[in-house]
Design a binder for this molecule. Structure first.
Ligand code: GTP
Ligand code: MG
Length: 480
């Protein structure tokens, strides 16, 4: 339930723990009076209630304090603050029991989680996408997330949506004028212009939808998957990247059955590393029953046993590996440099996608001349000696950051909240566009247009329900 925004609220805005300074934040019509219950301002020249923002040295005045405790007062008058109301901050020593005593003496209501940002939203200082960006800034786990949250806070999402909404409102007005003056036979809006403007709006919504759906949720780490034929050294590399011995390694091809995952961190970036079963046949062909290359290698014996009692398990492992490879954000395609390239490896290399990194493994062994010649620019590693392992980690991180930049530019909470509204807006615009093309009556086009505008209003928070606000602001911490 939204609490009365006319009540003055206060909260400790600094999380518990050690620190030099602590901030108590107050917002509401009684702010100035409340502040004077707990502090004495050193400067006597202040107006009764300042009309401009002020910063003053002060001291805490509490019944339980013997001596004086210095603090600073920051005050913003109504209309010049984050919440739009009178806001004050008392910056003081970081001592939570003392701060609790100040809070009691202020004699105002303790703030609910996110209530300051809620007031900023209710007073029109932020739209809903910006309010969510505040949380995005607080929750950012790396510089990239912070950059995107700050961009959204500055209107990176709200401004284009606002423009789209205004453009559609103008279009609606022109359409409605058209029906009011239908007898005059004046062409207020030609069908071509109408159709073009609807089509542009729909394309803009498509782009925003793509951004919103690419955004992963906070608990999903990017996935980096090791893949390749059996015995190329994937599990050994998995262990080397993690710096441990998580995966079983053996000279027998087909050692890894079920996939293995572990969280890897490098340069402050975390990702999920996945070791998969070696693919007996990298490129699946419907006609061939026997995997390519199997007959000609020492893998044949293993392959036949694979076809035997364990085949269901092995086939499931192969299917799972393919599914993981498909889902991967980055694929590490491992090729054993000491062996001739197999034909399916060649086919795979010919169709390599941008999310793949080719890794030449076992570089400490005598390389196969043809293999090394055909892959001159690929990263060479030896999981056994450690050569190239750090370079591979650097490359993974660089790719992940690149990938992240091109995808995750909407704060997760906003992306999740807005996806269905964006899809409905897109549907409504597609319908309006089809109606405009088929020369349908203006009234029906206007009705589809209104449906799209309603969805933008939900996203921006121009219209909202208490339930939506509760869900958004309850995720904030107290004092924000
Ligand atoms: N000399 C050398 N041998 C390696 C290296 N990496 C792996 N090997 C050996 O290659 C064999 C296969 O290694 P694994 O890591 O089990 O290969 P894999 O790709 O996981 O194999 P599957 O699980 O069967 O798909 C083992 O005998 C490893 O010791 C390396 O960098 N240098
Ligand atoms: Mg393995």
């Amino acid at each position: 339930m939204i609490r009365n925004p006319e009540e003055t609220i206060a909260a400790i805005a600094t999380p518990k723990g050690f620190g030099a300074r602590l901030i108590i934040r107050i917002s509401g019509p009684e702010t100035w009076q409340a502040v004077h219950r707990v502090i004495t301002i050193c400067d006597n020249d202040l107006p009764v209630v300042p009309a401009e923002p002020v910063i003053r040295a002060a001291s805490l005045r509490l019944p339980q304090l013997q001596g004086t405790v210095p603090c600073e007062l920051y005050y913003w008058p109504p209309g010049r603050s984050y919440t739009g109301q009178a806001v004050a901050e008392i910056h003081m020593w970081c001592c939570h029991p003392l701060a609790e005593a100040v809070l009691t003496e202020l004699q105002v209501r303790p703030a609910e989680p996110g209530e300051f940002t809620l007031r900023a939203f209710l007073s029109g200082r932020l739209d809903l996408t910006q309010a969510e960006a505040v949380l995005g800034v607080i929750d950012a786990v790396d510089p990239e997330e912070l950059r995107h949250a700050l961009d959204q806070l500055a209107g990176g999402l709200g401004t284009p949506l606002q423009k789209l909404r205004e453009g559609l409102l103008d279009l609606l007005v022109e359409l409605e004028l058209g029906f009011d003056f239908v007898e005059e036979d004046l062409p207020f809006l030609s069908r071509d212009v109408l159709w073009q403007r609807l089509s542009q709006a729909r394309q803009s919504v498509t782009e925003i939808i793509e951004r919103a759906f690419k955004r992963r949720t906070a608990d999903e780490l990017p996935m980096v998957v090791l893949l390749g034929r059996p015995n190329v050294g994937k599990s050994t590399l998995f262990n080397a990247l993690l710096g441990g011995t998580r995966a079983i390694v053996s000279p027998v091809p087909g050692t890894t059955r079920d996939y293995l995952t572990a969280v890897c961190e490098h340069g402050g970036v975390k990702f999920q590393l996945v070791d998969t079963a070696g693919l007996w046949q990298l490129v699946q062909s419907v006609s061939s029953q026997m995997p390519m290359g199997v007959e000609s290698t020492e893998n044949a014996a293993r392959y036949h046993s694979f076809q035997g009692s364990n085949s269901i398990v092995d086939q499931a492992a192969q299917a799972k590996a393919r599914a993981l490879i498909e889902r991967a954000d980055i694929r590490l395609f491992c090729v054993d440099v000491s062996r001739p390239l197999q034909s399916d490896e060649q086919t795979w290399l010919e169709h390599l996608d941008p999310a793949s990194i080719v890794v030449l493994t076992k570089i400490d062994l005598e390389p196969d001349e043809a293999t090394i010649r055909s892959l001159p620019d690929c990263l060479r590693v030896s999981a056994q000696t450690g050569v190239g392992v750090n370079e591979l980690k650097d490359l993974i991180i660089a790719r992940l950051i690149e990938h992240h930049q091109s995808t995750a530019d909407i704060v997760t909470a906003t992306a999740v909240r807005c996806r269905s509204a964006l899809l409905r807006a897109h549907e409504a615009l597609t319908e309006a566009e089809a109606l405009a093309r088929s020369n349908s009556p203006e009234e029906t086009i206007a009705s589809a247009l209104r449906a799209a505008i309603d969805e933008f209003e939900i996203i921006l928070g121009t219209v909202y329900t208490e339930d939506v606000l509760d869900r958004i602001f309850s995720r904030f911490c107290i004092g924000k």
